[in-house]
Design a protein around this ligand. Structure first.
Ligand SMILES: [Cu+2]
Length: 131
């Protein structure tokens, strides 16, 4: 009886960890006076097309909508490959912005989400390992 119970428990554990892995790749950061939530639709992010979604809130949790967002992403030079740098302007208005991100190869990418608001730029930086 104990063996059956632990087998069921393990099966449930596998199901839940599978769901967790299939979720979005998420980054949440505070920068200046903004709360920025970023997600990529692929987890892990992949070489090729990924869709980034960006939401910006103020300290009070209120959506900040008067922003322009640009995503810079790149990979430093490596043996046999010059440095690569790309830009993607986020589309949308209101509470959610989306930007297509095309990682041209697998490996470590530097990502900078630049949020322009009232003449000031706030930048969220993070790294992504594209598979
Ligand atoms: Cu490379």
């Amino acid at each position: 009886m104990k063996k059956v119970k632990s087998a069921v428990f393990l099966a449930i554990l596998f199901i839940f960890s599978g769901i967790a892995m299939a979720g979005e790749y998420q980054v949440a950061k505070k920068v200046d006076d903004l709360d920025v939530a970023i997600s990529l639709d692929k987890n892990p992010p992949v070489a090729g097309k990924n869709m980034m979604t960006i939401a910006v809130k103020d300290n009070a949790g209120k959506p900040v909508t008067d922003v322009k967002i640009r995503v810079d992403y790149g990979m430093p030079a490596m043996p046999g490959m010059p440095a690569m740098n790309y830009k993607s302007d986020a589309a949308g208005s209101g509470t959610t912005f989306t930007a297509p991100i095309d990682f041209s190869m697998s490996g470590a990418w530097n990502v900078a989400v630049k949020i322009l608001r009232q003449g000031k730029t706030s930048t969220v930086k993070f790294n992504v390992d594209a598979r």
